[in-house]
Write a protein of this length. Sequence first.
Length: 234
Amino acid sequence: MAEEEDDLILSELPDDELVPQMGDDLYDGLKDEVAEGVQILLDRGWAPYRILTEALVSGMTVVGNDFRDGILFVPEVLQAANAMKAGMGLLKPLLAETGAPKMGKMVIGTVKGDIHDIGKNLVGMMMEGAGFDVVDLGINTDADEYIDALAREQADILGMSALLTTTMPYMKIVIDTMAEKGIRDDYIVLVGGAPLNEEFGKAIGADAYCRDAAVAVETAKSFVARRHNQMPAG
Ligand code: B1M
């Protein structure tokens, strides 16, 4: 049986077997195999976004559930995350190469105390793909880092990500600090991450909560368009 698995040739599997196999490989942290699967689907004409959602993000959901249920532990989840990153690495240039005109600039980071960066990276890639410039501050970002970067980069949008119920309140600290400095309304503030919801976004004074990367892109586009329409003519 093990021998049979060793002999598995990914490129010979039809799509409906390859995708679940990629989920298994992601689960097992096999980054070369995940990257190979991504390349095969690309060669078969799958759109990068479809590969991202149907082959990678779906696989990561299974990892998340088993992590929650105590079946997987941090080292295994890290390996799965690295495998996901290997696959995303191939998709990134493709998602970014739509040649869309520049829409605006976003500064994005995962909030202080939080080291989850896969979702944030995905949002950054999708935003780049949609024509936004993206400045990624990484993980564990404090209010001063966000605020300094917004000014330095002359950004239009602040994006904050949090994956922990214990770190999501930090988003309010950032927004409150911006308000104290009198700069809150100079920027569009978008927030996201698995434990958040729309109500939370409103409660902390963000402009919008974004359920996923695609929603982040659409929301950013509509806010930027609204801003341009409000600008005085001439
Ligand atoms: Co962690 N972890 N983790 N983890 N981890 C979660 C979040 C958890 C839900 C797992 C669980 O219990 N089921 C749980 C949080 C529970 C809670 O707070 N209620 C948890 C925990 C507890 C922890 C630790 C505390 C575990 C420990 O040490 N005991 C620890 C925290 C360390 C810290 O941050 N200080 C920890 C560590 C880790 C790893 C390092 C092992 C690894 C992170 C690796 C990395 O990111 N480089 C990890 C992972 C991978 C996860 C899960 C399994 C997957 C997260 C992920 O990447 N999802 C996660 C379980 C889960 O969420 N199902 C879990 C895929 C990603 C594409 O989705 O990030 O939701 P997501 O992003 C989406 C949207 O949310 C949205 O768009 C993205 C794309 O569609 N979005 C935005 C996200 N950010 C946005 C920003 C925007 C807009 C949209 O701005 C505009």
